[in-house]
Design a protein around this ligand. Structure first.
Ligand SMILES: [Zn+2]
Length: 56
């Protein structure tokens, strides 16, 4: 497991070692994050409900 800190509530947040870029994780506080893997470094980006636009 990789230990991160939830940017929203500040509590520990664990993700799988093999988590994929773009994977969604819901923290205990109810916030959903999208995992970003940049150069092997994991970052959490708050995920907002997609409207109809899945572009990119
Ligand atoms: Zn949280």
């Amino acid at each position: 497991m990789v230990k991160l800190v939830c940017p929203k509530c500040g509590l520990p947040l664990e993700v799988e070692d093999d988590v994929l870029d773009g994977e969604l994780i819901e923290h205990d506080c109810g916030t959903i994050f999208e995992v970003k893997k940049i150069n092997g470094v994991l970052k959490l980006e708050e995920f907002n409900e997609p409207m109809e636009d899945w572009g990119e």
